[in-house]
Structure formats: structure tokens, C-alpha cells
Design a protein around this ligand. Structure first.
Ligand SMILES: C[S@@+](CC[C@H](N)C(=O)[O-])C[C@H]1O[C@@H](n2cnc3c(N)ncnc32)[C@H](O)[C@@H]1O
Length: 268
């Protein structure tokens, strides 16, 4: 459908993992030029504060006990605002194309004649890897990196053929897996992955408050239990996760428990 020039446009923007200096310049400019800002739960206050005075700020994700908005309501709201001629910025944590429903929102808006533009962002896996010196690919060791979700429904993991992922040369970057770590480790090990393969869980990647635990895959759930994260968690599984252990050895060599070889560390 051709777009009507009197209709505003919607920019679907990656806010990155939290700190405003981890956004792209284009993303910062988009937020600074927004007339209406719809933001998800994981977008930081620092990033929201870039919006100009007079910009409508609408929170769409779960925050401070409030429920998140249904996807259909978000779609309709973006459309209504764009039809009022406004420049709408739909701000999403990380990169909008990674578990960010960007495809659904673009299709909905374009199908109704609204111009859209997607602005990429630093995804949580890249932020976590950079902060803790973990290369996501590494010559001769990790030839592939796979972004996947370890989301559960009714207590079971959804979406994935876990045995197909049990590959020693792939780095697995797992989103939304905080409470499924035990289940996913079991399935990966049952699928053929070595129980001792290095794994790490990073909370609040990119932020000064970031914390990392690492453990062999079979100990990942226990390590997360010790960490007791309150923020978002990204899980990295693969030989490259051992790099975090080497990098941290100088800063935090003390394991938290003697029983499981894990350690917990903070790093800027
Ligand atoms: C709906 S997904 C959105 C991912 C986002 N689009 C991205 O590219 O990072 C939300 C999940 O991303 C991960 N995540 C997002 N921000 C994070 C952060 N700063 N630190 C660790 N994990 C994060 C967590 O696994 C969280 O449950």
C-alpha cells in the first residue's frame, strides 16, 4: 500500500542493553526527535530521558508491577499516533530484530500505509560478550553463534530442537532462559553436548551493575541459584565462555562454593 504523506512514520529503534552510550548515533537521534515514544520494559531511564520535552512517553512493557500492553493494543496505538501525523519511536531493548517482534509490527504498520524504519541496536549477547571478554566466535574453536530463546510454556521449553543445537563448535546465546537453565542444560546434554562445556550467565549486560557467573553446563542452574539475579539474564554456552574465566582470574579468583566450580564477578 503506498504511504500517505500526511501520515507520520514509525521508527522501530534498538535501545541497546541499557546505557545510552551503547546506542547507535542514529538511535539516539531518533529518540531525540520523537514526538511519541513507546518503550519496552528493558529500556533504561537514561535512554528514555533522551526524548525531548513534550514527547508523549508511553510504557508498553511490564514495569513497577504494571501489566504489559497486549501486542494488538501496541499496534493500534502506534497506528493512531502515526495517523495524527506524529513521528513515533517504538523503542525496544537491545536489537529490535532479535526477539523483539519487529517483523509483526512492521507488517502491521506497512499494511496500513505507514512508513517504517528499523534502527539496529546492540543485542544483549554482544553487550555481554564484550563486557566479559568473551569472543562469540573464535577461530578454530567456535565457528558459529546461534541466538535462541530458552522460553518455557507450562514448564516445558518451547521452540527448539535441542539435540540439533548440541554442537561443540557453536556458541549458544540464549535469551529469556533465566528460569529454564536446568531444563535446557539437561536437554543439551541429552542431545550430546558435553556436560563440562563452559557456560556463563550474565545479568544486566552492558550496565555497570552487570554480574557474571560461570560454570560447566551441568552446574549452570546451580550457579544461577547462587547469583539469584533480579535483572535480565543472557546465557552463553560454548568453549568461548572459558575466556571469561581467564579474564576474570586476575580480578575475582575466589569461587563462591567449593562444591560447584562456579564464580561470580562484576566487571565494567
Ligand atoms: C524479549 S528479549 C529481547 C532481546 C533484545 N531485543 C536484545 O536484542 O537484547 C528479552 C531477553 O533478552 C535478554 N536481555 C535483554 N537485555 C539484557 C541485558 N541487559 N542483560 C542480560 N540479558 C538481557 C534477557 O534474556 C531477556 O529475558
Amino acid at each position: 500500500m503506498p504511504s500517505d504523506p500526511s501520515i507520520g512514520r514509525v521508527l522501530l529503534v534498538g535501545a541497546g542493553p541499557g546505557p545510552a552510550d551503547l546506542m547507535t548515533v542514529r538511535a539516539q537521534k531518533a529518540v531525540q526527535g520523537a514526538q511519541a515514544l513507546l518503550y519496552d520494559a528493558l529500556v533504561s531511564e537514561e535512554v528514555i530521558a533522551l526524548a525531548p520535552p513534550g514527547c508523549f512517553r508511553i510504557q508498553t512493557g511490564k514495569r513497577a508491577g504494571r501489566a504489559s500492553m497486549a501486542q494488538e493494543s501496541i499496534n493500534r496505538l502506534m497506528l493512531r499516533l502515526a495517523r495524527r501525523g506524529l513521528t513515533v519511536v517504538r523503542l525496544k531493548g537491545g536489537d529490535p530484530s532479535i526477539f523483539g517482534r519487529v517483523g509483526e509490527e512492521v507488517a502491521y504498520l506497512r499494511g496500513r500505509g505507514v512508513t517504517t524504519e528499523v534502527v539496529p541496536g546492540v543485542t544483549a549477547a554482544c553487550a555481554a560478550a564484550a563486557q566479559f571478554d568473551i569472543p562469540l566466535t573464535h577461530r578454530g574453536v567456535a565457528r558459529r553463534v546461534l541466538f535462541a530463546t530458552a522460553r518455557t510454556e507450562g514448564g516445558a521449553l518451547v521452540d527448539l530442537d535441542w539435540s540439533g543445537l548440541a554442537d561443540g563448535q557453536t556458541t549458544l546465546a540464549l535469551y529469556m532462559g533465566k528460569s529454564a537453565a536446568g531444563l535446557l542444560a539437561k536437554q543439551l546434554i541429552a542431545g550430546g553436548l558435553d556436560a563440562g562445556v563452559p557456560a556463563a550467565a550474565i545479568e544486566n549486560a552492558g550496565a555497570p551493575s552487570a554480574r557474571l557467573v560461570h560454570a560447566p553446563l551441568e552446574g549452570l542452574a546451580a550457579a544461577l541459584g547462587v547469583m539469584n539475579p533480579q535483572g535480565p539474564v543472557l546465557i552463553l554456552i560454548g568453549e568461548v565462555a572459558a575466556h571469561a574465566v581467564d579474564a576474570l582470574a586476575t580480578t575475582d579468583p575466589a569461587p563462591l562454593t567449593q562444591a560447584i566450580p562456579i564464580s561470580l564477578a562484576r566487571r565494567r
